[in-house]
Design a protein around this ligand. Structure first.
Ligand code: FAD
Length: 247
């Protein structure tokens, strides 16, 4: 599934699904794997109960392996989630492609959260009565290729082109890739595998799909949430019922 301008999330492997969780919970009563399901209604009830009462360990028996392509600044946030396994492309071996995240909409600092940012709405622009640099670029809640956004995007494109040229220059001069990469910016795309159990994945999504998370990592977390819904529909229902808090 495509994310941002050039990013991607792909489910490579999955193991267990809802049934592995149900079996792990019912092993307490000596029930075998093959007999673990007691029908959808009873299974759903059990999963709701486990999530509500934060009995999280049964959810550790289902796992997902994703391939992810994301900008470095997103990956810095992502890999803070320690309860997962990661393997990433090495900039010591590989010459990076000139693939950079180039947004075409620029956000302003949020007034309610120092860390956050927002897309300015019409109300905000009306307050500025056309004097804010954003005003020319927004009409009816949509972005037009106007002066402000265009200028910000062009500046980033020019910058990336320039630094990528410097990166290639170092390599041409015989400098090792592990040093040449020092010039590359945080919007460079990288690739990695992310293998994680369902409990930890719910923790990742609950934190990174939340409104206070950075917009770019939110797009990845929301994509993963959709995949999760398809792979573990009963767990997803129970999770939703409990406000998407991880057990
Ligand atoms: C909106 C937002 C803003 C953030 N801002 C910052 C910031 O400004 N600076 C910053 O440094 N980080 C920041 N973070 C990262 C945050 O502090 C966590 O590192 C990250 O969200 C991973 O969460 P986690 O520890 O629950 O996940 P995981 O590392 O996957 O851990 C899952 C769970 O395992 C348990 N666990 C894991 N490791 C340990 C341990 N060593 N000891 C005890 N229990 C453990 C905990 O119960 C934990 O919740 C931010 C995160 C979000 C969502």
């Amino acid at each position: 599934m495509k994310v941002l301008d050039k990013g991607e999330v792909r489910l490579i492997n999955k193991m267990g699904g809802d049934l592995a969780v149900i079996a792990a919970a019912r092993v307490s009563n000596g029930v075998e794997y093959e007999a673990a399901s007691k029908g959808e209604e009873a299974d759903q009830k059990l999963l709701n109960y486990l999530i509500k009462h934060r009995h999280g360990t049964p959810f550790e028996h289902s796992t997902f392996q994703f391939y992810v392509k994301a900008p470095l600044f997103v990956v810095l946030e992502w890999q803070r989630h320690r309860m997962a396994s990661y393997n990433e492309i090495s900039g010591r071996y590989v010459e990076f492609e000139p693939e950079f995240y180039i947004p075409n909409k620029w956000r302003i600092p949020a007034s309610t959260n120092k860390q956050g940012s927002v897309f300015p709405d019409i109300e905000f622009l009306n307050r500025w009565k056309g004097e804010h640099p954003y005003a020319n670029d927004y009409r009816d809640g949509q972005v037009f290729p106007g002066t402000f956004h265009g200028k910000m995007t062009n500046t980033l494109e020019l910058y990336c082109k320039e630094v990528y040229g410097i990166y290639l220059y170092y390599i041409e001069q015989g400098v090792a890739k592990e040093m040449a990469r020092m010039v590359l910016p945080l919007n460079l795309y990288t690739q990695f595998y992310f293998t994680v159990n369902a409990r930890s994945l719910m923790n990742f999504v609950s934190l990174r799909a939340a409104e206070d998370a950075q917009w770019e990592i939110r797009q990845y977390a929301l994509t993963i949430k959709e995949i999760f819904k398809e792979v573990m529909p009963l767990t997803y229902n129970g999770w939703e019922k409990n406000g998407f808090l991880a057990p």
